[in-house]
Design a protein around this ligand. Structure first.
Ligand code: FE
Length: 233
């Protein structure tokens, strides 16, 4: 399901609502290489078949599933995390609370939700660069960043970033100084990590709102830095 675009997702569910037996048809296409809809990954077809069956059995409510997916696709995303970062940059007391208990500090801003029991915020400095991964699957700080990007879930990133983080980061466009220590944080179901990027130089006059605009998702995963804004003439 996570591979579907929002429009695909809505369309898929319309099918279920209008065709109570659609899971029978989907079951045929469950096997890789045998699909009625070649454009759709077989995993998505399988997930939809399971969801349709669970809905029919009364175990789950498809409308509720749609609502959850829509919540993470449209209402929670990297902008949520950017609010947290901009606040930490501009409010030292908030930053201290964020570093000691990430979820409690996020709750002050009305940010929260499932999929994270402990949010551990790790701060980038001139001496230390942090990067997050889930080597086992795809654990990610959903309440602050929304759904993980596809590359975060890829086996290449998950296996390589722990073995050769500098090389992986360089391939992703982030060349780190040899003196900088790289720390790789392996997420688990209960503990999710968020990188607090360094505030770029030349931003002393920016408001919290303006700072928010500078913060991007990859910097909060730790595979990018935040560039100083271009000076307006
Ligand atoms: Fe995981």
């Amino acid at each position: 399901m996570s591979a579907s675009t929002p429009s695909n997702h809505d369309h898929d569910h319309d099918e279920h609502h209008h065709d109570g037996h659609s899971h029978h048809r989907h079951a045929d296409s469950e096997r890789p290489g045998h699909s009625h809809a070649p454009s759709k990954p077989w995993q998505a077809t399988r997930a939809e078949a399971v969801e349709a069956l669970l809905h029919e059995l009364g175990v789950i409510d498809s409308a509720r599933v749609d609502d959850i997916v829509q919540h993470y696709e449209e209402r929670v995303g990297p902008k949520t995390g950017a609010r947290v970062i901009a606040r930490a940059w501009t409010d030292a007391d908030f930053k201290a609370r964020l570093m000691s208990d990430g979820l409690a500090a996020c709750a002050e801003l009305g940010i929260g939700g499932p999929e994270t029991e402990l949010l551990h915020v790790v701060e980038n400095t001139d001496a230390v660069h942090n990067v997050i991964v889930c080597t086992l699957c795809s654990c990610y700080p959903w309440p602050v960043l929304g759904l993980p990007p596809a590359w975060y879930k890829s086996s290449a990133y998950r296996s390589r970033v722990v073995r050769e983080p500098r090389k992986v980061l360089a391939e992703m466009g982030l060349e780190l100084d040899p003196e900088v220590e790289v720390r790789v944080w392996d997420s688990i179901s209960e503990i999710r990590y968020l990188v607090l990027p360094q505030r770029p130089a030349g931003t002393d006059d920016l408001t919290e709102e303006e700072l928010m605009e500078l913060v991007d998702r990859n910097a909060m995963i730790g595979v990018a830095k935040i560039d100083a804004p271009e000076i307006q003439s």
